[in-house]
Design a protein. Structure first.
Length: 197
């Protein structure tokens, strides 16, 4: 069974193509024009064992917001498509990932209902590098959740370095999505009393 998804999104602000294979090896081919975001998507592929291709052309002469947002929406749509009817998936999963002084705790439900709970430490540096506004992390997750149609809880109880705080979230998200999307050989159907997710 192939679990591959593809999404394209074209607006006056961006042109995005995303492809994902949930049963990959962690291979990534990422180019959004936003270096730190590329690094985070690479983490998502590597630690989720997803083969991920992302090609985005955006209005970076304005800022990185539209590029990051539209890429995240397309990523969520591709992930949802790759899940298919969700027969046999584990559905629920959690992962906790430290990165030096920071810790991220992520729990996901492939519920078919978008919902996000997100907390980070107060007082984070406003920027990572010249292009990544640290307030975008929550917006990335909101955009992904809206299209992937998953319930996602992301909690960073402590951390000091903004790079570490954001990166451990992507690593934990990757692990939780990987575990939730895995096929459970004991679960031949959809893991819901409703019969659908």
């Amino acid at each position: 069974m192939s679990r591959v998804g593809r999404a394209e999104r074209t607006t006056k602000e961006t042109s995005v193509v995303v492809g994902i294979d949930l049963d990959g090896t962690g291979r990534a081919d990422i180019a959004t024009g936003v270096g730190f975001y590329d690094h985070m998507l690479d983490q998502l592929a590597r630690h989720g064992l997803f083969d991920l291709t992302v090609k985005t052309q955006g209005d970076l002469h304005i800022d990185s917001h539209h590029t990051i947002e539209d890429t995240s929406l397309a990523l969520g749509a591709a992930f949802r498509e790759a899940l298919g009817d969700k027969k046999g998936v584990v559905r629920f999963a959690s992962a906790a990932v430290p990165l030096d002084e920071s810790l991220a705790q992520v729990t996901v439900d492939l519920s078919g209902r978008p919902y996000l709970v997100h907390t980070e430490p107060d007082g984070m540096a406003p920027m990572i590098g010249p292009e990544y506004d640290t307030t975008m992390t929550r917006h990335i997750l909101e955009s992904f959740v809206a299209q992937a149609q998953v319930a996602l809880h992301v909690h960073v109880p402590y951390g000091r370095n903004a790079h570490h705080i954001v990166e451990c979230q992507f690593k934990a998200l990757a692990r939780a999505l990987r575990l939730a999307a895995e096929i459970d050989p004991r679960q031949p159907g959809v893991p819901s009393t409703k019969g659908a997710l």
